[in-house]
Design a protein around this ligand. Structure first.
Ligand code: ADP
Ligand code: ZN
Length: 703
């Protein structure tokens, strides 16, 4: 089984080994066992049900909640030469029906369907289609504890009874412990095999920027766009309005930006998504509605303009970057005001307690001064024994100093105004602001007025935030977010305890940012070749109207740039070059590399023949080879005839039957002059087949 699975992996996807868990999952599913797969976004869940679907007789049913996601997957599967289709309400009903028929006739390996639609068609499918397995994607949607509960998912429980012979797989990327335990029960899985992959995504660097101003935010985003100008990124914002503001600001700076939120019409949304997927837009400014089902592997960065409401969402959103395993960046802008906004969302949500806890955890992440990856992974009940080295806290550990006096000043200001103000007013008092409100309330008479004039407002914000984290001050959420001293804070004021604070680093704005995109620096050769390969990919993508990442992923292009294959056999060894893509695109990319290496761009004679041979050897039918190479079937046969004549091919039974061979030889022996005509008219044998038969005889004679 294992070799067979590996063969399929190489043939269709061009990968030569399984990722952790994939092999075990495939084995269990093929053996008929229900399976629960918990893997982070980008972990490789699709392969877990696609390979069993290819191994098992019949058609796999894949339940997926989003049409965009389904179409994407189907397109990617077809690009790899796998028979797949989708059934949903967003396409013509006749297409749905014909897809169902194909599944019934055994001509389909994977059928994607929305849960609503499955519930309608379920008895029909159970009756007529030989179902190999049922995969339920985004399975966390079934749990009320999850952050993305969808009532229709609860009816999926019937699946287990309707298809008693087929293993059911539940797959998800977002699961805290509560949700995990819920999924298996809610679906009624029988003694499922469970795989919990590591949720670590070490290639994504993590960073939180504390309390940035508007200019600083823009500058950071602009730097990311410039740094990854051939790739793209996402800026997540809290509201539609903020999304639009951000989009405008970035467009004004000359960047190619699009906007995406629930307030747009379906057409506008589709357009935005397309521009992003095709690489026309470098950045999408989006609310959380964006991104589910985008398997764009060259998203290099994600910025959160506002803090998300929980770690699951956050992790899923940053997980959209770097799905190819190459370095990617996640930056979050943290502002205390956002916590206040989020708190009010929590108050209004149905599940106040649980959502409150989730937000607390998120806040702890944002405010942490220890390794951030440790905090994230601990949320998913995963332990790492060492710091990650790839987060801001690991890379530049904070410098600490004795902050007792600073803390005493802030605390005593808070105490003297009887905890009647929030952070901003407290800072104004410390800095001796003459703002009307401060004076009217008589705060200029208190003893600590102006006691903190030596520090900037930004410094004060940073230190007061730290005091909250350290538990010296607390925020009265129920009382207009006023600051209150804690018993620990009182001890510090009295001089009974000393405390340490992290130094605050002011942000350096640098020169105004514009048009830096055109500034092409001296890139190392690998990088230059990579850019050329990306440009070729873009060209093909635009010509054929398919998303760039479906041609080859960034990881594949990067490997090409490193290994620099110049022959067809060499490029077939690059990870991600499956047989269909080899035949379709191999030569174009080889051309780029050859030119880069100072060779002739055109391939040496015989390349097309070698290509056909590689495909035939990997099990592809000659008709299929002709189809994907876009040449006539006779051309493909002539390749093999030529190869045979040169002594490089003798696998004739793949091209013609023994009886065809005998017929051809008989006719040629009897009437060589009219042989081709007789064969065609009397025996229905085309001349290109006859040519192979002749080649076969010559081969036997030479032996
Ligand atoms: P998920 O559904 O878990 O988010 P995907 O199934 O989309 O992840 O896989 C993420 C990326 O990893 C895809 O580009 C996929 O082709 C690639 N991938 C999956 N399995 C392997 C493997 N065994 N070897 C190399 N790449 C893989
Ligand atoms: Zn770290």
């Amino acid at each position: 089984m294992e070799t067979k699975a590996l063969d399929l992996l190489k043939k269709y996807y061009g990968y030569s080994s399984f990722r952790p868990g994939q092999k075990e999952i495939v084995e269990n599913v093929v053996a008929g066992r229900d399976t629960l797969v918990l893997m982070p976004t980008g972990g490789g869940k699709s392969i877990c049900y696609q390979i069993p679907a290819l191994l098992l007789p019949g058609c796999a049913i894949v339940v997926s909640p989003l049409i965009a996601l389904m179409n994407d997957q189907v397109q990617a599967l077809r690009a790899n030469g796998i028979a797949a289709a989708a059934i949903h309400s967003n396409q013509d009903e006749s297409i749905n029906q014909s897809n169902l028929s194909l599944a019934r006739e055994g001509k389909m390996k994977l059928l994607y369907i929305s849960p609503e639609r499955l519930m309608i068609e379920i008895s029909k499918i159970a009756e007529m289609v030989k179902v190999s397995l049922i995969a339920i994607d985004e399975a966390h949607c079934i749990s009320q504890w999850g952050h993305d509960f969808r009532p229709v998912y609860t009816s999926l429980r019937t699946v287990k009874n309707m298809f008693p012979g087929a293993p059911v797989m539940a797959l998800t990327a977002t699961a805290d412990r509560l949700t995990r335990n819920d999924i298996s029960n809610a679906l009624g899985l029988h003694d499922p095999f469970r795989w919990t992959g590591s949720f670590d995504r070490p290639n994504i660097s993590l960073k939180v920027v504390n309390d940035p101003g508007k200019r600083q935010r823009l500058r950071i985003i602009a730097d990311l766009i410039t740094k990854y100008h051939l790739d793209s990124g996402i800026v997540y914002c809290l509201s539609r309005k903020k999304t639009e503001d951000m989009h405008e600001a970035l467009s004004d700076m000359g960047f190619k930006s699009v906007c995406y939120h629930a307030g747009l019409s379906p057409e506008q949304r589709e357009q935005a998504q397309k521009a992003f997927v095709n690489g026309e837009a470098q950045v999408v400014c989006a609310t959380i509605a964006f991104g589910m089902g985008i398997d764009k592997s060259n998203i290099r960065w994600v910025v959160h303009n506002n803090i998300p409401g929980n770690i699951e969402s956050y992790y899923q959103e940053i997980g959209r970057a770097g799905r190819d395993g190459l370095p990617a960046e996640a930056i979050m802008f943290y502002n205390f005001g956002d916590i206040i906004t989020r708190r009010s969302f929590v108050e209004d949500s149905g599940q106040k307690e649980i959502n409150g806890e989730k937000l607390d955890f998120m806040q702890r992440y944002a405010e942490a001064s220890i390794c951030r990856r440790r905090i994230l992974l601990s949320y998913f009940s995963e332990e790492i024994k060492h710091d990650c080295g790839n987060c801001d806290n690991c890379r530049s550990p904070r410098q600490v100093f004795d902050g007792t006096i600073i803390a005493q000043k802030a605390l005593s200001a808070v105490i003297r105004i009887q905890s009647r103000e929030g952070m901003n007013n407290v800072i104004d008092i410390l800095r001796a602001s003459t703002r009307a409100e401060i004076i009217q309330k008589g705060y200029h008479h208190i003893k600590t007025y102006g006691a903190g004039r030596d520090l900037t407002p930004m410094q004060w914000r940073s230190y007061i935030l730290q005091m909250i984290q350290l538990g010296l001050l607390e925020v009265a959420y129920e009382d207009n977010f006023h600051l209150r001293p804690t018993p620990y804070g009182i001890k510090v004021v009295k001089g009974l305890e000393r405390i340490q604070l992290n130094t605050h680093q002011e942000f350096n704005y640098g020169a105004p940012h514009k048009k830096e995109l055109e500034k092409v620096v001296d890139l190392p050769p690998e990088q230059r070749l990579l850019e050329q390969l990306k440009n070729m990919r873009k060209e093909i993508s635009q010509k054929e109207h398919i998303p760039a990442y479906m041609i080859f992923s960034d990881a594949t292009l990067k490997e090409m740039a490193e290994r620099r294959p110049v022959e067809i056999e060499q490029i077939s060894e690059v990870s991600g070059v499956g047989e269909v893509k080899l035949a379709k695109y191999g030569r174009q990319f080889l051309g780029v590399i050859r030119k880069f290496q100072g060779m002739k761009r055109t391939m040496p004679a015989g390349t097309s023949q070698k290509e056909s041979l590689l495909l035939l050897n990997s099990g592809m039918e000659p008709e299929k080879i002709a189809e994907i190479k876009g040449v006539a079937i006779s051309t493909v046969y002539s390749h093999f005839a030529q190869l045979a004549e040169d002594g490089n091919f003798n696998d004739f039974r793949k091209l013609l039957t023994h009886s065809q061979y005998k017929t051809v030889i008989d006719v040629f022996d009897k009437d060589p002059d009219n042989a081709y005509q007789i064969l065609k008219e009397k025996h229905g044998i085309d001349s290109y087949i006859a040519r192979i038969a002749i080649a076969e005889r010559n081969y036997h004679l030479s032996q």
